[in-house]
Design a protein around this ligand. Sequence first.
Ligand code: EPU
Length: 443
Amino acid sequence: MSEFSQASLAVASPWWRTPEGGRLTIRGGAPLIGRYPVSGAKNAVLPLMVASLLTPHLVTLHNVPASLDVAVLANLLQRLGAHLSWSESAQGLSVTLSADRLHPARVDPELVRRMRASVLLLGALLGRQGEARLPMPGGDAIGLRGIDFHLTGLRAMGAEITVSAGMIEARAPQGLHGAEILLPQPSVGATENLMIAAVLAEGETIIRNAALEPEILDLALCLGQMGAAIQGAGTEVITIAGGATLRGAVHGVMPDRIELGTLACAAALTDGDLLLAHGRLDLLGAAAPVLAAAGVLLEETPEGLRARRAPGGLQGTDVQTRPYPGFATDLQAPVMALLASAAGVSAITETIFEQRFRHVDELRKMGAQIQVQGRTALLRGVPRLTGAPVLATDVRAAAALVLAGLGAAGMTEIKGLEHLDRGYDGMVRKLAACGATIDRLPC
Ligand code: EPU
């Protein structure tokens, strides 16, 4: 399945067990009932782990999702010179990182190419060491995914950057300085990279048209605990007073709002009743009213979000992905799996990534009636999808296919499971505990 052997990842992440078996079988139709604990957010923990490189002191992160992306990033950071010490308890996985001395030259190109979030090493290494050398980052094949906003912002802060033959060489021999940066689009990664770089830069940095995603606020909270002076995170203008003397921090990673939204869909699709522990309605942004319109009943409880099917059943609705607080692009594929068997028609428009409809063909194999016109997928709901062999091509497509399989009649077989492992902590185990008939088997 993956070229990451258990042995190579276990050095930095002893908790990581590459799941055995390259295919997932799901016998659909069982209602999901019970308590499903939502893990810490993948897209929050990766920037937090990178940000820990800014300080030589101890940074402890709790509620870390035990996923392949975390294990890969841990490996990258360890090779750079960070020490990672892990602990597992009933509350989940925690890591304490310390980065006494870093060796920017030791970036592992193969690992960087696996993961988009590794581009954040540019901001951290430039800030801390004044130099960074990385291959162009990889990640899911969902669009062009340029890094021009990152590079333009870092250059405005004084970095000299060249890109040639797929390698990014960045230097700031005199250190970075503050700058006023207007992002052409509210890019999540660029906002994070520039925030991280600005913390140790000389003077004030202002990021305008910054991303509003909750993961930005989570990063700012942790950086703030480390001693950084950051104002406005969660708004369009973020101001960072650079040059702080950093200390250590202890921070709990925010719940994964994408896992939350996906499982809310699963509860409604299977006509089940899930308590999504740690889930909060506010994390869903515009997805909350969309899910409500589609027939997903959400109720806040002291322990989390309870999700069921609304009495009126599943209804088609229109969805347009937008930067937060708009409907998250990462929920587009899962919601498509839900709407594929909702009454009536739905139009799903993807505005963030150009190639994020690769799950459509797979859902069609399961009987979904979907036509793609440019950036819009038009769905005519069918009463029930039918199990089929399908292939996951990215993290969220993998979750969508799991969802489709849970709701379908008969057996679904999913391959491409590395994508599921990258983004989700124990999803198969957690689903089985809620009554899903799901098994991971050898190919
Ligand atoms: N963009 C550029 N140039 C840049 C940066 C972005 O053109 O320099 C474009 C992108 O191509 C895209 C848009 O701007 O069309 C938004 O990209 P953004 O930078 O916001 O996304 P990202 O930081 O690469 C993060 C998440 C994605 C999530 C998006 C949007 C992480 C590690 N990744 O990506 O998560 O879809 O924000 O919310 O945080 C996933 O988890 O499955 C995933 C893809």
